[in-house]
Design a protein around this ligand. Structure first.
Ligand SMILES: Cc1cc2nc3c(=O)[nH]c(=O)nc-3n(C[C@H](O)[C@H](O)[C@H](O)COP(=O)(O)OP(=O)(O)OC[C@H]3O[C@@H](n4cnc5c(N)ncnc54)[C@H](O)[C@@H]3O)c2cc1C
Length: 387
């Protein structure tokens, strides 16, 4: 066994308290939240009170100023039980990080303490109905009018979209300037003209609210701009490695959990007078999957280490996302097979894990986009020679 070496005693103490929180406040209610299509706000407040949100936010902005591994512990413990409803990762790892990295002191002081407490829930608004992978093609516009910007447009597939209080919005401030015309804004969801549309029905992640958002003449003060005008695309690019790492952390964790469930199930379930685990097919299959899961974990942990040292580059992060997310989908599929018909029943966590898994090859940069990033690096010295 290659033991994990990232975490220290304080992280493990924190992990056991997060695990208790998850078992107490999430596991018993998750099935109901799947019917509701959303988790209750109260959960966010409880998570905030327990110190589970935005662990790295410095004390001066209401946080605990802990290292990134505390956030990792929260993500892992939530994913370990297959709880795909609470959108803590987007809130903590993306929205709070954007505000910390690009926000003014005033913006940080206004939003971060609320986000740490779970009083304000964050979303990231990039994707539009006609523009996902090709973010430069977004059409939502923010037009300057004196000291304000007037926003018109729409977003889709926005995680935490029904619950969100603050949205990091990508909009065009100069339609003719391509990537250089994209600017980020902090938009409060109670601004006139900001409408939350449908909570979209999805294949999986049913307790997670994923929404359309509409903007009709939404006025925000220029002080709501996040980072520099025209630099939004560049700002987003600097955060992609972190976003992809988070997806790999999720997938590595799910792989391990699902293999554990499958070992337990196949060791009990009988067919032809023996357990399913007695069949060599089961043993070999799980041996293969466990090997892949170990590779996924070791590579992901290496990327966490690099990220914390400020040295995780976008290509290594893309490799993490591609390999670990593909492994995730393979593991849930092949483990479900070993559950037989019960694996197809929603009451079994493996069925939910299977439905939840599919998105990891699409959202936050699809597998194909990861391949583009990796191959671009491979051929960087052959520009013009390779199509
Ligand atoms: C559940 C869920 C949650 C999400 N949460 C958020 C969120 O919180 N905020 C947000 O902004 N977005 C969110 N998204 C959007 C997500 O990031 C996009 O769906 C994703 O980036 C892909 O964009 P698209 O759906 O427009 O697909 P498209 O870009 O239309 O791609 C369609 C297919 O074409 C492939 N493709 C595209 N370009 C190329 C290329 N150059 N070469 C080869 N193949 C290519 C893609 O890989 C994909 O297979 C979420 C999506 C889902 C489903």
């Amino acid at each position: 066994m290659i033991a994990r070496s990232l975490f220290r005693e304080e992280h493990e103490i924190f992990r056991s308290s997060v695990r208790k929180f998850v078992e107490r406040e999430i596991v018993p209610f998750h099935a109901q939240w799947e019917h509701d299509g959303v988790v209750p706000r109260e959960l966010w407040l409880k998570a905030g009170a327990e110190g589970l949100l935005c662990c790295t936010v410095p004390e001066e902005y209401g946080g605990l100023g802990l290292d990134y591994l505390f956030d990792v512990v929260v993500f892992e413990e939530v994913w370990r039980v297959g709880a795909s409803g609470p959108g803590f990762l987007i809130h903590t790892d993306l929205v709070a990080t954007y505000i910390l990295s690009f926000g003014t002191d005033e913006q940080r002081r206004h939003w971060l303490p609320k986000m740490v407490r779970g009083d304000a829930i964050g979303s990231l608004g990039m994707t539009e109905p006609h523009a996902g992978s090709d973010l430069k093609a977004i059409r939502t516009k923010a037009v300057r009018n004196g000291d304000e910007f007037v926003i018109n447009g729409q977003k889709v597939f926005i995680s935490n979209g029904q619950l969100c209080d603050v949205l990091v919005l990508a909009a065009k401030t100069d339609s003719a300037a391509g990537a250089k015309g994209v600017t980020l804004f902090l938009v409060e969801s109670d601004r006139p003209g900001f409408a939350k549309g449908r909570n979209l029905e999805k294949l999986g992640m049913k307790a997670q609210d994923t929404s359309e958002l509409f903007f009709q003449d939404v006025r925000v003060p220029a002080s709501n701009m996040l980072g520099q005008e025209g630099q939004g695309f560049g700002h987003m690019m600097t955060k992609l490695a972190q976003e992809r790492l988070a997806q790999a952390i999720r997938s590595a964790t799910v792989c391990e959990a699902v293999i554990e469930w499958t070992v337990d199930y196949t060791a009990q379930r009988k067919a032809f007078g023996q357990t399913i685990a007695d069949f060599q097919n089961t043993q070999f299959k799980l041996a293969e999957l466990d090997t892949l899961a170990t590779m996924a974990r070791v590579y992901t942990d290496k990327c966490i280490e690099l990220f914390m040292a400020g040295r995780l580059d976008p290509v290594d992060a893309a490799k993490a996302k591609m390999f670990v997310c593909e492994t995730h989908c393979k593991v849930v599929d092949e483990c479900l097979q070993l559950f037989g018909g019960w694996g197809y029943m929603w009451e079994y966590p493996i069925a939910r894990a299977y439905a939840d898994a599919r998105i990891v090859k699409i959202a936050g940069g699809s597998i194909e986009i990861m391949k583009m990033i990796i191959s671009r690096e491979l051929f960087k010295n052959h520009v013009g020679k390779v199509q």
